[in-house]
Design a protein. Sequence first.
Length: 129
Amino acid sequence: MNNPKELKYTEDHEWVRIEGDLAYVGITDHAQDALGDIVFVELPEAGRELERGEEASNIESVKAAAPVYAPLTGSIAVVNKGLDETPELLNQKPYDTFVFALKIKDANEIKNLLSSDDYDKILAAEKER
């Protein structure tokens, strides 16, 4: 799987794209592949305050449901309402399709996110199990 170098990642298989004081959050190619066909995305409410690691939304597939966690502390600034009609975009274009964007409260938390190389190491370790 190809994980774009310009993105940051979490151990929970979210990707993060930082644009100014916003952090756009989606699920990785690995996550969408493990979930299978995505049929529903529960979007968070705009304005909701979240702590890093707190459950922000849920994704349901034909196989399972999985939470999406806030990779940083902040408030929900944008939700991708297009996922209401076409949740399968997360399968088709996982790195082009965000679930929500957070207004970052503490930019120092960004250093806790993983680089593409570090995320690849986590995937390799999971594969060995």
